[in-house]
Design a protein around this ligand. Structure first.
Ligand code: ZN
Length: 107
């Protein structure tokens, strides 16, 4: 899986999910699960992972999904991805920790 969209409200993320599903891209929304994970594993009560995150199941289609969402949301889509130095996964700009290995965002 790969996160392609981070929203501040579930309605917006749900809309993004509909866009991807109508394009035949399998995806799911993470939020409550990552909140529990963020608190228990990372020890933080407040992390960027609390925002609902839309993930695509097939990483091969992540770029296609990102392009589709940019078409619909314009600049609202999180385009400033950063690359994790530890595991080389790309992360949405609003993440302060890598979604994959929880390494801190590089300065
Ligand atoms: Zn990482």
């Amino acid at each position: 899986m790969k996160p392609v969209f981070v929203g501040t409200d579930s309605t917006r993320v749900g809309f993004a999910k509909n866009i991807l599903e109508s394009a035949g891209i399998a995806c799911f929304v993470q939020n409550e699960n990552t909140r529990t994970l963020g608190m228990s594993v990372l020890g933080f009560s407040q992390t960027p992972l609390n925002d609902p995150v839309l993930c695509v199941v097939d990483e091969e289609r992540a770029e296609e999904a990102g392009n589709l969402l940019r078409e619909h949301f314009g600049t609202a889509v999180d385009a400033g991805e950063w690359l994790c130095a530890a595991c080389k996964e790309s992360n949405p700009a609003s993440f302060d920790l890598c979604w994959n290995c929880q390494a801190a965002k590089p300065e």
